[in-house]
Write a new protein. Structure first.
Length: 178
């Protein structure tokens, strides 16, 4: 999937400002999650890419699909994004909104990719290290990628720490190749 973070950020920030000022973060989070799920469906995605459908028709279609699950402000977001041809970046808007919410709540979601399954003790140590480094609460998800050979890659917000053997070997090969 293409990264549309830059295009999604203004929408997400505007939505987060509205949600935090009105105390409707949960409602907006749910609406964005529903919208992201709908635009990610293959049939809907095909319709959003159909050049024969007008931008307004695409927005109206999304509003119709979600019906009463969207407030008037949320429907206005759909109309604005449709008008700007940006409905397809809704999953990125959701990600950016959730990141803004986590930042405001002093929380961060971190993803750790390791060559092997981490033990509970290793996971706890990693959470504590990240908590101290980032200065906020950390929720950790882990995945295994055997191609890393050894070590880990940690992604927490804008921070990426690549301590994998694969990365170190690639760096070595690059320096030897010169």
């Amino acid at each position: 999937m293409t990264d549309f973070t830059t295009a999604a950020r203004p929408y997400a920030n505007a939505v987060y400002d509205i949600a935090s000022n009105t105390g409707t973060q949960d409602s907006w989070g749910d609406a964005l999650a529903n919208l992201a799920a709908v635009v990610s469906e293959a049939q809907v995605s095909d319709m959003l890419n159909d050049p024969e459908m007008s931008k307004q028709q695409k927005g109206d279609m999304l509003i119709k699909v979600l019906g009463d699950n969207l407030s008037e402000q949320q429907q206005n977001l759909v109309k604005l994004m449709a008008e700007n041809g940006r409905l397809g970046i809704m999953p990125d808007v959701l990600d950016q909104f959730e990141a803004a919410r986590a930042k405001a709540e002093n929380k961060v979601e971190a993803e750790v990719v390791s060559a092997y399954e981490l033990s509970a003790q290793q996971t706890d140590e990693l959470v504590n290290t990240l908590k101290n480094k980032l200065g906020c609460d950390v929720t950790l998800t882990t995945t295994v990628d055997e191609s890393l050979i050894g070590g880990v890659i940690v992604k927490a917000g804008d921070t990426i720490i690549d301590a994998s053997m694969k990365s170190q070997l690639d760096s070595l090969a690059l320096s030897l190749g010169r």
